[in-house]
Design a protein around this ligand. Structure first.
Ligand code: SF4
Length: 305
């Protein structure tokens, strides 16, 4: 006999299947094949470590290239993160939800099948931000402090995308604050970007309890907001920060090592993947490779790769 948790997940799955959004454990929207494998430049010399802020070449960006036709996007599954952590909302269960949230789930208050996907096509960025602020399309609406929509210059030709808000982001409503955010600022400055001149967002607009990875239902529920956000910003390049963001944008299952190779496409926008700054804080030895990624990203942005 299924548990209540299983029944809730089944209800979510039935709804997603009914929308054609879920098949074989992989969430996707059929937009044609996903071009892969555009070779990176790969000619830059290696640096011993990520330079300090301001050490990069702030050269003028080149004009954006012609945007190709829309292509496929795949939203993937993700392994579970840390479980059972405590938060301001109380002790959490194995899925990271508090007892109150679990009760709401069992009462059907957050069942995705109860709410049709919103029509976002007429919304501008501020309208979209307001729509996100009142969103209850997934259970994370019950545990968030505030939504984290995005930050930076909406006219930017480059967008950086992380996986989901963390504790500080959830409190402040701004992506990439705290230690990881400060390191991201340095990574940007190292290749001549200023935080105020780029746009930063996440796959999810609400914090998963205990900072666990987003699950497939949450990713599928939130994906329309990111898709519309990117449609409005029209960046030339996306930089996915970390495996979770890279997999959500590009496809299920590929390891970060593979995702970091070359450039990819999301709805016709060039995508590159590098480490999440939090991973670099945990393992500074990765900064060497991250520096190579950032140099390659800059070349793609400049149109020289
Ligand atoms: S994570 Fe996204 S889909 Fe879920 S409640 Fe927040 S805004 Fe809505």
């Amino acid at each position: 006999m299924k548990t209540a948790d299983g029944r809730i997940r089944d209800a979510m799955r039935r709804y997603l299947i009914s929308r054609g959004a879920l098949a074989g454990g992989v969430l996707y929207r059929a937009r044609g094949p996903l071009p892969r494998g555009e070779a990176p430049d790969g000619t830059g010399s290696r640096a011993p470590a990520m330079p300090a802020a301001g050490a990069g070449d702030p050269g003028e960006p080149a004009a954006p290239g012609v945007r190709p036709a829309a292509t496929g996007t795949v939203v993937r599954t993700s392994p579970a993160g840390p479980r059972g952590a405590a938060c301001a909302h109380g002790a959490q269960d194995r899925a990271g939800f508090t007892r109150d949230t679990r009760s709401s789930l069992q009462a059907g208050l957050f069942e995705p099948g109860a709410a049709a996907p919103p029509d976002l096509s007429a919304l501008d960025l501020e309208g979209l931000r307001a729509e996100v602020a009142r969103c209850t399309r997934c259970p994370l609406s019950a545990t968030r402090t505030t939504t984290v929509f995005g930050d930076g210059d909406p006219r930017s030709r480059i967008v950086f995308i992380g996986e989901a808000p963390g504790r500080e982001e959830d409190l402040q409503g701004v992506p990439f604050v705290g230690r990881a955010g400060k390191l991201l600022d340095k990574m940007l400055a190292a290749v001549g970007f200023d935080r105020s001149g780029v746009y930063i967002a996440n796959i999810l607009k609400c914090r998963p309890p205990g900072n666990r990875d987003p699950n497939e239902e949450e990713t599928a529920a939130c994906e329309p907001y990111l898709a519309r956000q990117l449609e409005l910003i029209e960046p030339a390049v996306i930089c996915a920060l970390g495996r979770v963001a890279g997999q959500a944008l590009l496809g299920a299952g590929a390891p970060l090592k593979t995702l970091r190779e070359g450039t990819h496409r999301y709805n016709g926008i060039r995508v590159m993947v590098t480490y999440h700054p939090a991973a670099l804080l945990r393992n500074p030895n990765l900064k060497r490779d991250a520096w190579e990624d950032m140099k390659a990203l800059r070349k793609v942005y400049d149109g020289t790769a």
